[in-house]
Design a binder for this molecule. Structure first.
Ligand SMILES: C[S@@+](CC[C@H](N)C(=O)[O-])C[C@H]1O[C@@H](n2cnc3c(N)ncnc32)[C@H](O)[C@@H]1O
Length: 322
């Protein structure tokens, strides 16, 4: 007889090295310099994000967790049991763990760009849920969907919490949801966590925590670029800035250059004037109506919605529109 073995997550499948150079340089050459927020997430950045979620000002994570915990039976009834659950941007997989006993997926596919952090989270999930097949995938979901060819068989539910959808520009959010719709098909669905409009003071405080963890997270992006691309950004010459842009209905995060200086990145000299910013993230906020419009634009319809008492955050179950 074989000795009993504890459950283990699959070893990560990692993507082929993508060519990011053109994407990065295009952003750095603009008048308003920009970079994708995916560059926040190396192992250090993922750990800093986890610490952000524990800050008292950062309401989204604890509010979404409360919504999921309070409504898990109804969520399981909406999603149905026995699916393959795919989570893009899974991070520490904390929210999915709350649902497993209710939803009883046949397999869980956490997908993230931050490989080492993902493997550790997947291993923990496998140890905690010995009956669950855990199939982690390291991929950039803005570029590479080849993981779809290698998914465990079964009806598919995509779980996309954390208002990560809010990091995408509205047109890119529609494109992303269209892809998800193709992935889950007519018998699947999308469980989506979305941050809501609210008083700007609550929003500004959430992205400017007193302990300075969001500032560290923002500045770590430069250290990540230095490590990954052999660039020479000087983190000490930048400051964190985050504010609510009411016209665009989004929080913007920037890194503000505190002096005139140049950095070398991908064989190019990039000049920063004093006060000039590198725009690192948008976090769009939605209303139930604008979320409904986004779902419709992607061929989904909202089947069920759950909110906290203060209507700070929301979770929605979307199915393919007929
Ligand atoms: C805002 S955090 C949310 C984490 C977790 N889902 C939650 O709700 O707390 C975004 C997550 O998406 C991952 N991520 C960001 N951009 C990504 C990309 N382009 N491809 C894959 N994962 C990405 C990050 O590594 C991070 O774990």
């Amino acid at each position: 007889m074989e000795p009993a073995r504890s459950n283990q997550a699959n070893q990560l499948t990692t993507p082929e090295e993508n060519d990011h150079e053109e994407e990065i340089l295009t952003g750095l050459r603009k008048n308003q310099k920009t970079i994708s927020p995916k560059w926040f997430y190396d192992t250090e950045g993922s750990a800093l994000f986890e610490r952000i979620t524990q800050q008292p000002e950062y309401y989204p994570t604890r509010t979404e967790i409360d919504i999921l915990r309070d409504n898990r039976a109804a969520i399981a009834a909406a999603c149905g049991v026995g699916c393959v659950m795919i989570e893009p941007g899974a991070g520490n997989c904390e929210k999915a763990r709350l649902l497993f006993d209710a939803i009883r997926p046949t397999a869980y596919v956490p997908l993230d760009i931050s490989a080492t952090f993902l493997q550790a989270a997947a291993d923990e999930v496998a140890a905690q849920f010995p009956w669950l097949r855990v199939h982690p995938v390291c991929a950039d979901f803005t570029r590479d969907w080849s993981f779809v060819d290698d998914l465990p068989a079964g009806r598919r539910i995509v779980f996309y919490p954390g208002s990560t959808i809010g990091n995408l520009e509205p047109a890119a959010a529609t494109d992303f949801l269209r892809r998800v719709r193709g992935l889950v098909g007519a018998d699947g669905g999308l469980l989506l966590g979305v941050d809501l409009h609210k008083d700007r003071d609550i929003l500004n405080a959430a992205y400017n925590d007193a302990a300075g963890i969001t500032a560290q997270f923002n500045i770590n992006l430069l250290s990540h670029l230095n490590r990954a691309l052999d660039a020479d950004f000087h983190p000490q010459h930048f400051e964190h800035s985050a504010f609510y842009n009411a016209d665009e209905q989004r929080i913007e995060m920037h890194l503000v250059s505190t002096k005139d200086h140049s950095v070398r990145c991908l064989d190019e000299d990039i000049h920063f004037a004093q006060g000039e910013t590198l725009h690192t993230e948008n976090s769009y906020k939605y209303s139930p109506e604008s979320l409904n419009a986004l779902a419709t634009s992607a061929g989904f319809q909202v089947a069920s919605s759950w909110f906290d008492e203060q209507q700070l955050f929301s979770v929605h179950y979307l199915v393919c529109a007929p």
